[in-house]
Design a protein. Structure first.
Length: 193
């Protein structure tokens, strides 16, 4: 998720856009493994979405003036999407926001081009929410299975797998913490602009 946020902001900067929008966020999500999987499973094409967004960026987003700030400002809608995703995760008792949560949250911005583009490739909110829930359930199952393993009883290859899982879980925990920090930082910046 952190990489998707970074890519969204970088895309706005690369185009010298005045704002970081929901469409930039969708573009960043298209480079995220989970979001790409969900979109593909819903029948959408990430390549088509990237093309549509690139055309939209070139034609529709205002550019920074040469005398203006070098940093694009986050739109209110951009911040709403992130805040909605965080609120949803907290209400569900999940530990972290993932790209599926943010993708579902985008659909609440019904007047956005992001929702229009998703709909134009056949991706709807209910399908995204359903697939996001399936992915969450699978991750929860993996976490439960991992917690139930007793490392002392493991032998040979199973011990290596368990160690790999521990390393991956530590990496994910670090990524989750970084995402929370980035979201808090972006929210704070959004309030000051």
């Amino acid at each position: 998720m952190e990489k998707a946020l970074i890519r969204a902001i970088r895309e706005a900067k690369n185009h010298h856009h005045e704002y970081v929008t929901v469409e930039h966020l969708l573009y960043g999500l298209l480079h995220d493994e989970l979001a790409s999987y969900i979109i593909s499973e819903c029948g959408g094409s990430t390549d088509t979405l990237k093309e549509k967004l690139q055309q939209y960026f070139a034609a529709e987003i205002p550019k920074l003036s040469s005398t203006g700030s070098a940093e694009p400002a986050q739109t209110i809608a951009f911040n709403r999407v992130l805040q909605r995703a965080v609120a949803h995760v907290q209400s569900c008792g999940k530990q972290e926001v993932d790209s599926g949560d943010v993708l579902v949250s985008i659909f609440a911005e019904t007047e956005s081009h992001a929702v229009f583009f998703l709909s134009s490739v056949g991706v709807g909110r209910m399908a995204v929410a359903r697939l996001g829930q399936v992915a969450d359930d699978r991750l929860h199952h993996v976490d439960q299975r991992h917690q139930s393993l007793d490392a002392a009883e493991l032998v040979g290859d199973e011990r290596e797998v368990a160690l790999d899982v521990d390393v991956r879980r530590a990496e994910l925990a670090l990524q989750r913490a970084l995402v929370r920090l980035k979201i808090a930082e972006h929210t704070r910046r959004g309030r000051t602009t």
